[in-house]
Design a protein around this ligand. Structure first.
Ligand code: CAA
Length: 258
């Protein structure tokens, strides 16, 4: 299926979504977010997909929500129909592993959508920021919540209150991104990571993601209990039998995602 604002492809068990509005540095407009929600729903249903990559162009992952569209919104209109809410939920609640491959600008909603992914691999050219304050508003897609969890209060305050950008090196030091790689290598490195993930047992990868995400929602005792129950439940999977048998027999495991 052809999309107007996205390029979508699959490579083996990896789905790749490329934001594609070069004329607006991939600003997140209504059409793009609607298409993104639909593509993610398709990848979620597709048993042949084990990991998804969300990326943009070399110049911009996404320069934020589309300010030209946002400009004409009013409070009641946004409250009654927030065109973005469904998309933010569809990324944040996506159940399979999803990696953000960030090159260039990841600003405002762009930074926020990258943070909704499971982890971020950045090119040396990446620039992250929450510049909404320059527009007379604050971050509205998780920036004030996910950023402090990722980089701590001091840097989150610094970024959200000054509106400044931080480069890839600072983002890695702060813990926002898992790795920084040369710009030309970004997609190869991210694809390699995605293929590694997609070759694991999908239910186990999904449960691992769910358990890590749970650690941000509940206390340690409950979190440990949750983890223990899920770990115990994994002993009903064929993939657990296969993974452990393969180790004992000194061969590669062939997971069936069951
Ligand atoms: N919305 C709409 N259009 C955007 C855009 C955005 N967020 N960001 C860039 N564009 C458009 C520009 O208007 C320009 O279009 P025209 O050629 O038609 O004028 C085109 O993309 C290229 O941009 P620039 O000429 O500005 O490129 P640059 O290299 O000089 O600057 C930039 C790049 C520093 C990223 C600059 O474009 C910029 O500051 N963009 C806005 C960043 C921003 O404020 N993001 C937050 C948005 S609000 C938000 O995201 C709310 C939320 O939390 C959900």
């Amino acid at each position: 299926m052809a999309y107007k604002t996205l390029q979508v492809k699959t490579e083996g068990r990896v789905g790749v979504i490329t934001l594609n509005r070069p004329e607006a540095l991939n600003a997140l407009c209504d059409e793009l977010t609607t298409e993104l929600t639909a593509v993610l729903a398709g990848f979620e249903r597709d048993e042949a997909i084990g990991c998804v990559i969300l990326t943009g162009s070399k110049k911009a992952f996404a320069a934020g929500a589309d300010i030209k569209e946002l400009q004409s919104r009013d409070q009641v209109g946004l409250y009654m129909h927030d065109p973005f809410a469904e998309t933010w939920e569809s990324v944040a609640r996506f159940r399979k592993p999803i990696i953000a491959a960030v090159s260039g600008y990841a600003l405002g909603g762009g930074c926020e959508i990258a943070m909704m992914c499971d982890f971020i691999i950045a090119s040396e050219t990446a620039k992250f920021g929450q510049p909404e304050i320059n527009l007379g508003v604050m971050p509205g897609a998780g920036g004030t919540q996910r950023l402090p969890r990722a980089v701590g209060k001091a840097k989150a305050m610094d970024l959200c209150l000054t509106g400044r950008m931080m480069d890839a090196e600072e983002a890695e030091r702060a813990g926002l991104v898992s790795r920084v790689v040369p710009a030309d290598d970004l997609m190869d490195v991210v694809m390699e990571a995605a293929e590694l993930i997609a070759a694991k047992s999908l239910p186990v990868a999904m449960m691992t993601k769910e358990s890590i995400n749970r650690s941000f929602e509940i206390g340690l005792t409950e979190g440990i209990r949750f983890e223990r129950r899920v770990f115990q439940a994994q002993f009903s999977l064929e993939d657990q039998s296969e993974g452990m048998a393969a180790f004992a027999e000194k061969r590669a495991a062939h997971f069936k995602h069951r």
